[in-house]
Design a binder for this molecule. Sequence first.
Ligand code: NAP
Length: 351
Amino acid sequence: MQTKTPVAVLGGTGLVGQRLVQLLANHPWFEIREIGASERSAGKSYRDAVAWKLPTPLPAAAAQLTVKPVDPGQITAPVVFSALDAAVADVVEVLFAQDGRAVISNARSHRMAADVPLLVPEINASHLGVLAAQRQRQGGNGFIVTNPNCSVIGLCLALAPLVRERRLQRMVVTTLQAASGAGYPGVPALDLIDNVIPFIGGEEEKLEIEPQKIFGTVRDGRIEAVELLVSAHVHRVPVSDGHTLAVSAAFDRAVTPEQAESWMREFRAEPQSRSLPSAPDPAIVVLNEPDRPQPRLDRMAGGGMAVVVSKLRVCPVLGLKFEVLSHNTVRGAAGGTILIAELLKAEGLLP
Ligand code: NAP
């Protein structure tokens, strides 16, 4: 039997870190050897440090690990999943990369650097082509690859089959985002119960700039963004997991709802053709019921790795409109970074 690649989870006590611990527990290629978190947690067993919020039992192998500080001198795994707060990830992820580690990050810190892939493996696997330039800039053999914002992943994955056929020009997206998107403990219950909050710091900006990079192309070791206008409205809603998006989009040539449905249903990409362990197949689940998708019913489609699309119809303003749902801590975070790591391993970029 092949030995598994040892990995570390930085920010392992947070909501995304817990998902990583859950999803990596029986992974065929990776094995968690180390968990890092803040000084509040370091030195404790993971069982004592974490406030475990998932409905499956805390994995026994992870429970007995001693949490370490997020220091490349103390964490030795060659592959590092980062679920750190951006304020910490800014510096710490660079230190790990400079120390020769492969860093796969959920944080926003390095997403927009031109030589850092902002990866959705079904869309822009070719962006890994910038890693040589990144290594040269940072020095050493390590690198950083990032996962897009949790709403942006669902949005772009739903659009990917349409972008293969048409040039996407403009879109308006309105999000209804789950409480777990704010981490733990997140938004106070008394602010969120019986309420909708039309503000999530920095989120509209991410929706308005990340898609251009994801659909961009590599030139001379840099990712060049495509031209695309996006207007975003974001809302925090009292849902535990699963971000819903209402999307209206304009293309250079008309797309009928029937065409969009058939392109989405037929959509297969590299993770599916290479049978990566976490790849959902199909990646896009199209529903025809007019009252779907619903977070409670649909967020675990494809093990939480598929996006669910419904209500494909004509938009009288922009041309085409539809609803998207994706699981923010699975596809939008932990599961998304694991799929990236699987792609890196399949490409020979991980030990
Ligand atoms: P969270 O629940 O607040 O967890 C934050 C983690 O960072 C904890 O493990 C915490 O450790 C650690 N941390 C905080 N300050 C630290 C420090 N000074 N040094 C070392 N570790 C420190 O947040 P989350 O929701 O899991 O999000 C983690 C990252 O993923 C963020 O960058 C977030 O933007 C991104 N993200 C989140 C989602 C989502 O749906 N939640 C989706 C996509 C991306 P302690 O427990 O020891 O404090």
